[in-house]
Write a protein of this length. Structure first.
Length: 445
């Protein structure tokens, strides 16, 4: 695998070394550990919001907002609303990059997180279909779109700054720190829903209990906002970001000059993003729909799975520093492709088999997602890396993850769980193809 994905058999490509090792003129190094703390806090808070909505899409929204449809179609309609945030996310990136260019990075981040918190609290106060009718659904979709816009605007550039200040030979380790927020956020969200769902009656949970995680999400965002602003608005970090040329670029200029790098980076991470929702949101919907085990049992195994994902993400840092980030990503894409063939048997099997699907899936997700960010986006010239990293993530989420629960549940309910195999396998093939193409382009250059 090393000879397939890394030039000259080295852990990282020569081009990546040249880009990341080049110091900015007059730039005094900032502490990677301090940047990493801001990255982890920021990403964990965003993912908590993200998964609160995802879990509620399965446990709450079909009954509260789509009671006029059967359980399956209520879930599918909830997943349509779920996908709206990913559609809106690139537009949020474009809007808030403009805000940053006109005002400042701190203004942009404050406005984005204020919008995110407002949309989240708006959902918490939203009456159900029985009270507002179709207006309740329209407002839920509107708040979800606002969340997507805010997610796009919450990009603070700290992962890019961290990449430029990472010690040589430790890039895999520091790259996984930003990704660590995903399993942490999911563990917190699923643990909170598990507590509420197990302690409250079904009536109380659907009446008011489900709203509590949305209030918690708002509170966490407030804390995370101050933690991140403490870094991004200080003179030291502002100077470091500016000296590293990590400034917002106009979206049209990005697409005109760096479109190939944006889409290459998005497809290189597709295996991870395709797996993302198929081990988090989708199993909860499929198992609860089939009633093969209780919701509380599924939530409990998913909390354990999130712990496995955390360990896998941490392990990816060690593995990537040893064999190379792209080799790691390519190897995991191949393993995800292999895993896809077992998915129908596991998900359609006994409780133990379903639990195994979740736990194995989280292990693969941690190892692959831990290195999915920036592996190919290092191809961007440093001037374009700040905006390029944000847009690459937006496109990867949109193509790989936005419609995964909707497509997987819709096709599986009609044609069987072989649809999960096709979805995961297509993501793995796209990742391997993108990494191969990237290597060919580098060899040509």
């Amino acid at each position: 695998m090393s000879s397939t994905f890394d030039q000259h058999g080295s852990p990282d490509t020569a081009r990546q070394d040249a880009l990341q090792d080049r110091p900015a003129p007059g730039h005094s190094q900032v502490a990677p550990g301090e940047i990493a703390v801001g990255v982890v806090i920021g990403r964990a808070s965003e993912y908590f919001d993200f998964f609160v909505f995802g879990i509620a899409s399965v446990l709450v929204f079909p009954s509260v907002f789509f009671p006029f449809r059967d359980r399956l179609h209520g879930l599918l309609l909830s997943f349509v609303v779920f996908a709206l945030a990913f559609v809106a996310r690139p537009f949020g990136t474009a809007l808030f990059m403009t805000i940053q260019r006109r005002w400042s990075r701190g203004t942009k981040l404050t406005a984005a997180l204020f919008l995110l918190g407002s949309a989240t609290v708006g959902m918490a106060f939203l009456p159900g279909f029985d009270t507002l009718g179709w207006r309740a659904i329209a407002l839920l979709a509107f708040f979800r779109l606002l969340q997507g816009v805010a997610f796009g605007g919450s990009w603070d550039g700290l992962p890019s700054l961290l990449a430029l200040n990472t010690p040589k030979g430790r890039r895999g380790w520091y790259a996984m720190l930003g990704q660590l927020g995903a399993p942490i956020g999911f563990m917190l969200a699923s643990g909170l829903f598990l507590f509420l769902h197990s302690q409250l009656s079904s009536e109380d949970f659907l009446s008011w209990g489900w709203r509590y995680p949305f209030f918690v999400a708002f509170a966490i965002n407030v804390v995370a906002l101050f933690a991140r602003l403490r870094l991004v608005v200080t003179e030291e970090y502002t100077q470091a970001l500016e000296e590293s040329a990590l400034e917002p670029i106009g979206i049209f200029e990005m697409l005109r000059k760096q479109d190939y790098n944006i889409f290459l980076g998005a497809f290189a991470a597709l295996a991870s993003y395709a797996l993302f929702h198929l081990v988090t949101v989708f199993p909860l919907s499929w198992i609860s729909l089939g009633s093969t085990q209780s919701v509380n049992q599924v939530l409990l195994i998913q909390v354990v799975g999130a712990g496995v994902g955390i360990l896998g993400t941490i392990a990816s840092g060690f593995v990537a520093d040893r064999i190379g980030r792209r080799t790691t990503l390519g190897t995991l894409a191949a393993l995800i492709g292999l895993f896809s063939f077992f998915a129908p048997w596991l998900l359609g099997g006994s409780r133990a088999a379903q639990d195994a699907f979740i736990l194995i899936g989280f292990a693969l997700l941690g190892l692959s997602y831990g290195q999915s960010a920036g592996t190919v986006t290092s191809n961007f010239p440093i001037r374009f890396r700040y905006t390029g990293a944000a847009l690459t993530a937006d496109v990867a989420w949109l193509i790989g993850a936005a419609f995964a629960p909707l497509v997987a549940l819709g096709l599986s309910s009609k044609f069987g769980l072989g649809a999960v195999t096709v979805y995961l396998l297509s993501g793995a093939i796209c990742t391997l193809g993108a990494l191969r193409l990237n290597r060919a382009l580098e060899a040509r250059d």
